[in-house]
Design a protein around this ligand. Structure first.
Ligand code: NDP
Ligand code: 8X3
Length: 256
């Protein structure tokens, strides 16, 4: 049966791969992100390829008013949201705690934490009304372990892990499932964003081993949302086979 899947951060990486995966299983999609032209292009591609309906919602998840307005203004038949994938997020910078940029800190906290809260708060009443729903938060291995220079990003992902538990407890009486999918290294635009557009530095993050792809993570999210109604995957930690822990990789020698 076709479901409605609301995906934040669908313009790139894991979120875009989720959009493609769920479209292939004939779900209809609400896709959100700041880059409107990418949303429009994705909508055209997925509607044409899979014959499904896609609603682009250009949105900055940090903007509380805009989030509320966008969700409240959804057309009636888009308001039955079966799955919310809280994926929009980013790391900015990789430096010791005394060397961090406070604007980067603000943006990470505002997006990864407050943005997730704003979108969830807007969508939860719709799920409560229908007596069902599933929220999947995209955490990270950075929410399980804290690694050198990861400080604030790791803190936001630890907070996502904690919030996932809190949401699951509070939403239990309303038939709303809450899960977390926490990946290790995934090659997306993540590192380009983290290093403020430095593609060389970003590329080095994925050298000498096979990272996860957005599609690998989308497969996991699709699985988590497809288990029977009486089952919930609370937490799924998905790592590249070549990564044992946040900073422990088995890398092949690479020739320069
Ligand atoms: P990408 O940079 O490829 O994608 C990030 C997505 O988040 C984009 O679609 C971007 O859209 C969106 N986004 C960022 N800021 C905002 C905002 N303020 N409002 C709305 N959308 C926003 O990275 P990934 O796909 O890798 O990251 C997705 C999630 O996965 C993040 O939460 C990240 O922390 C997490 N993660 C990533 C891992 C990795 O190794 N790549 C590993 C573990 C977790 P736009 O710019 O158009 O707004
Ligand atoms: C993204 C993975 O290890 O760069 O959350 O923090 S990591």
């Amino acid at each position: 049966m076709s479901r409605t899947i609301f995906i934040t951060g669908a313009t790139s990486g894991i979120g875009k791969a989720c959009a493609e995966k769920f479209a292939a299983s004939k779900d209809q999609l609400i896709i959100c992100g700041r880059r409107e032209e990418r949303l429009t292009r994705l909508r055209e591609e997925l509607e044409k390829k899979h014959g499904i309906a896609v609603l682009p919602l250009p949105l900055d998840v940090r903007d509380k008013e805009a989030v509320n307005k966008a969700v409240n203004k959804l057309p009636y038949h888009w308001k039955k949201i079966d799955v919310l994938i809280n994926n929009a997020g980013l790391a900015l910078g990789l430096s010791g705690i005394d060397g961090g940029d406070t604007d980067d800190w603000d943006q990470m906290i505002d997006t990864n934490l407050k943005g997730l809260l704003y979108v969830s708060k807007a969508v939860i009443p719709l799920m409560k009304e229908q007596g069902s729903g599933h929220i999947v938060n995209i955490g990270s291995v950075a929410g399980v372990e804290t690694y050198p220079k990861g400080n604030v990003y790791c803190a936001t992902k630890h907070a996502v892990a904690s919030l996932t538990k809190g949401m699951r407890i509070d939403l239990l009486p309303f038939g709303i499932k809450v899960s977390q999918v926490s990946p290790g290294a995934v090659e997306t635009e993540f590192s380009v964003v983290r290093f403020h557009g430095n593609t060389e530095k970003a590329g080095n993050v994925y050298k000498g081993y096979q990272p996860l792809t957005g599609e690998d993570v989308a497969d996991a999210v699709h699985y988590v949302t497809g288990v029977p109604a009486h089952v919930n995957v609370n937490d799924l930690l998905l790592m590249p086979a070549a990564q044992a822990a946040a900073t422990i990789f088995h890398k092949e020698e690479t020739k320069e």
